[in-house]
Design a protein around this ligand. Structure first.
Ligand SMILES: [Mg+2]
Length: 398
C-alpha cells in the first residue's frame, strides 16, 4: 500500500500572499483584524517565528506580532483554489479522500508501473501545484495513512518525505513525542507522569498499562501508532458518506407548500447534524418518491461548503423545481448532503476526552507499572498530586 497525504502549507495565508505578492516574506495572519474578536485561522511561516499559531486569539497574536499583516478570511477564494488543487490531485488517482479544505489522502497503491516511483510523482504534483496555482504544499508518503500524515507534517514546509515499508519504526523514533498525531497536551502530560517522554519509551510501555492509565481508546491508539500501525482515524470514506433525513407523508402530498415546509425542516435537521459532527459538505441532495413508488434523486454541488440550512433549503427547492411537476402526489421527501468530509477532529477529541480511565484508581495503576516497567522511576505522591491539581480545572467534555 502507498498513501500520499497532500497538505497545502499555511493555506489561507499562502493564498493571500499569492493574490497579493507584496505580502511575500511578511508575517501574514488570517483570522480577524486587530482589535476584533477572533482566532488565527492560518498564518505564514514568518508569523510563526513570532510564536503565532493557528487557533490563537487575535489579541494574543497581535501582542506577539504587532507588525503582522492581519486579514479577514476569504473562504470562497480558498475554496475555489482548493477545488483546483483537488482536481490536479484527482488526475493522479481516482482514490482521493479529501479530509479538509487543504488536505487530502491519495491512495497510490499499484500506480508505480503507470506513473513511476512515488517520490517522483510527489515531486511532479508539487511542481504542478506551484507552477499552475502558485501554492506550496507538503507531501508525506507511507505504507499507511497515519504515517503519511506524520511524514507530511515532518517535512513541512514545502516537504516531500517518504517512509518506506520497513522504515516505519526508524522514522517514528526520529520524531518528538508531541509530533505523534493525536497526542495533545493533556495526553503528553499524562504520559510524562509515567516518565514517558519519547516515542521509544512509549513503545516499551505494556499495552494493559497504557489502557488503564490512558483509557481504553487512547491506550489502544497509542499502543498501535508507536508501532507504525494505522489506528484507523482516517478510515472514513468521504465519497460514500452522506448525511440525510427523510420523511414519508402520512398521505401522499400534492401541496407544494407542505412539500416545501418538509424540505425546510429536513434541511435544518441535516445542517444541524453536519455542524455538530464537525462535517462539511458542498453537495445538496433531494430525494423524492412519488405515489407510484418511483424514486428520484437529484443533487447539486456548489463550490464552497454549505454553511446554512437556508442555503441547503434553497438548493433543494431548485432541485424540486427540476424534478417535480407540482401535481404528481409525493409520498416521501428526503434532504441530504453528499461528499461529506471532515469529522476527523471530532474523532480525535472523542478518543482523548475518554474519561473512563479516571474512574480507575491511580494507585492500582502505579502498582502495576512498578511491577511491569523496568527502570521507571515514578513517585506515587507526585502522580497523585498532579492529578488532584488538574482535575478540578478540567471540565469534562465526556
Ligand atoms: Mg495545511
Amino acid at each position: 500500500m502507498v498513501f500520499f497525504l497532500v497538505d497545502l502549507d499555511a493555506f489561507f495565508a499562502s493564498v493571500e500572499i499569492r493574490d497579493n505578492p507584496a505580502l511575500a516574506g511578511k508575517p501574514v495572519i488570517v483570522g480577524a483584524l486587530p482589535g476584533h474578536r477572533g482566532v488565527v485561522s492560518a498564518c505564514s511561516y514568518e508569523a510563526r517565528k513570532f510564536g503565532v499559531h493557528s487557533a490563537m486569539p487575535i489579541s494574543q497574536a497581535y501582542r506577539r506580532c504587532p507588525q503582522g499583516v492581519y486579514l479577514v478570511p476569504r473562504m470562497e477564494r480558498y475554496s475555489e483554489l482548493s477545488e483546483k488543487v483537488m482536481s490536479i490531485l484527482g488526475e493522479y488517482t481516482p482514490h482521493l479522500q479529501r479530509i479538509s479544505i487543504d488536505e487530502a489522502f491519495l491512495d497510490m497503491s499499484g500506480t508505480e508501473r503507470l506513473l513511476g516511483p512515488p517520490l517522483a510523482v510527489g515531486r511532479k504534483i508539487k511542481e504542478r501545484v506551484r507552477s499552475e496555482l502558485g501554492l506550496a504544499l507538503s507531501i508525506g508518503i507511507a505504507p499507511n495513512k497515519y504515517l503519511a500524515k506524520l511524514a507530511s507534517e515532518a517535512g513541512k514546509p514545502d516537504g516531500l518525505l517518504q517512509v518506506l515499508p520497513g522504515g516505519e519504526i526508524q522514522f517514528l523514533d526520529g520524531l518528538p513525542l508531541a509530533k505523534l498525531w493525536g497526542v495533545g497536551e493533556k495526553t503528553r502530560l499524562r504520559l510524562q507522569e509515567l516518565n514517558i517522554t519519547t516515542i521509544p519509551e512509549l513503545r516499551r510501555a505494556p499495552e494493559d498499562v497504557l489502557r488503564s492509565m490512558m483509557g481504553e481508546a487512547s491506550g489502544n491508539y497509542l499502543y498501535r501508532v508507536v508501532r507504525g500501525e494505522d489506528p484507523g482515524i482516517y478510515s472514513l470514506a468521504p465519497k460514500s458518506r452522506s448525511v440525510s433525513n427523510e420523511t414519508t407523508f402520512e398521505t401522499d402530498q400534492k401541496g407544494a407548500e407542505a412539500v416545501r415546509r418538509t424540505i425546510l425542516e429536513l434541511a435544518e435537521q441535516v445542517m444541524y447534524r453536519l455542524m455538530r459532527e464537525g462535517l462539511k459538505s458542498n453537495t445538496a441532495v433531494l430525494k423524492l418518491r412519488f405515489a407510484d413508488f418511483t424514486t428520484t434523486h437529484a443533487q447539486r454541488t456548489v463550490r464552497h461548503w454549505l454553511t446554512s440550512s437556508d442555503e441547503l433549503y434553497r438548493l433543494c427547492l431548485e432541485l424540486l423545481g427540476q424534478r417535480w411537476n407540482g401535481s404528481t402526489p409525493v409520498r416521501l421527501v428526503g434532504v441530504g448532503t453528499d461528499n461529506v468530509v471532515g469529522g476527523q477532529e471530532a474523532v480525535q477529541q472523542e478518543l482523548f476526552e475518554d474519561q473512563s480511565s479516571r474512574k480507575r484508581r491511580v494507585e492500582e495503576a502505579v502498582t502495576r507499572i512498578r511491577e511491569k516497567m523496568d527502570g521507571v522511576k515514578l513517585t506515587k505522591a507526585s502522580l497523585l498530586g498532579q492529578n488532584r491539581r488538574r482535575r478540578p480545572s478540567r471540565p469534562s467534555g465526556a
